[in-house]
Design a protein around this ligand. Sequence first.
Ligand SMILES: [Zn+2]
Length: 380
Amino acid sequence: MAEFQCRVCDADGLETLDAFAQIARVTSDCKPWPAGGKMAVCHRCGAIQKLPDAAWFADIESIYKGYQIYELSGGAEQVIFSGDGQGAPRSHRLVDFIKQTAALPPRGKLIDIGCGNGGALRTFSGALPDWKLFGSELTDAAAPSLRMLPNFVDLFTVEPADIKDRFDLVSMIHSLEHMPEPSKTLRDAAGLMTASGVLFVEVPDAETSPFDLIVADHLVHFSPATLRLLAERNGLSVQVLRNDFLPKENTMLARRGATAVTKPDPAAGIAFARRNIAWLGAVMDKAAAAAAGGKPFGLFGTSISGTWLYGALRDKIQFFVDEDVTRVGQSVEGRPIVAPSAIPQDGVVFVPLIPSVADKVIARLSVAGAQFVGPPPFGM
Ligand SMILES: [Zn+2]
């Protein structure tokens, strides 16, 4: 038996993708992290995943010890920008989606598993004022601020399997991809639901966003097919699953109940795992080449991909460009974050986004004297 089984289908079918070990990483709270991760893809189901060896557990322990979510925004939640520059807080859009899609009763109990600093619970509190709110997290650090929510009841720091209450809505918003045993986590989540309860899961989509692979503390890099497989293998019936509601993310609503397991095509997952790792290497090379031109060089964005390139090219970076007004005027290790209108004359700005989105950003911002450089196309 191999040392690791697939975290989605439990098969002995993992192939390690050696090229990934050379690629720098970043943490999910946007700090540079060195190369050296171990990535694999399952030949039975196509699921892309890191290998949870002792080094990975040591990494996540040290990442979570210093975790500072949304530091540049002063703790405020990440704003989701579409290609046209319009922004809205992520959890508002998700809670609206749940209310519209799940036909929730006027009163009920909900628990947010992996609730972090309570960004989603705050939104739930406003949108579902007659519901009782609970959270689950590794520590009780967020308890004082959560208790200020009028309908908040309790924060659990025990294993979800040890929680005795049952809930009409169980949410996992950007937490399942961190879990060392995602099958167990989903089974436990299903066990927390009432018979008519709803499970809501939001995870990054590695199919439309190759940058998910570089996040050191994400274990499984889901696609719609592999998220569906994990849910169906663990006693859940998928009601809605799409990767076009929020950009770069999978949004899933499920209920309890066995269904036939939809077998994914492993070839698709294997192909985009290889393609995306090769593309990340090509992005790094193109950014390094653009930085070597002798002009003031900056990066577009201060989130995952911008921080990733910064970690690899540190000395070459003079400034960051961001459209999020809460970040403009701040700095990253002494490099100023400027608005697009304040890019230095004759500056060069690299845009580390997927090609279709980078094209839109570059078309929109190419007004001043700055030169924008986009990523290489996929499949190079
Ligand atoms: Zn598998």
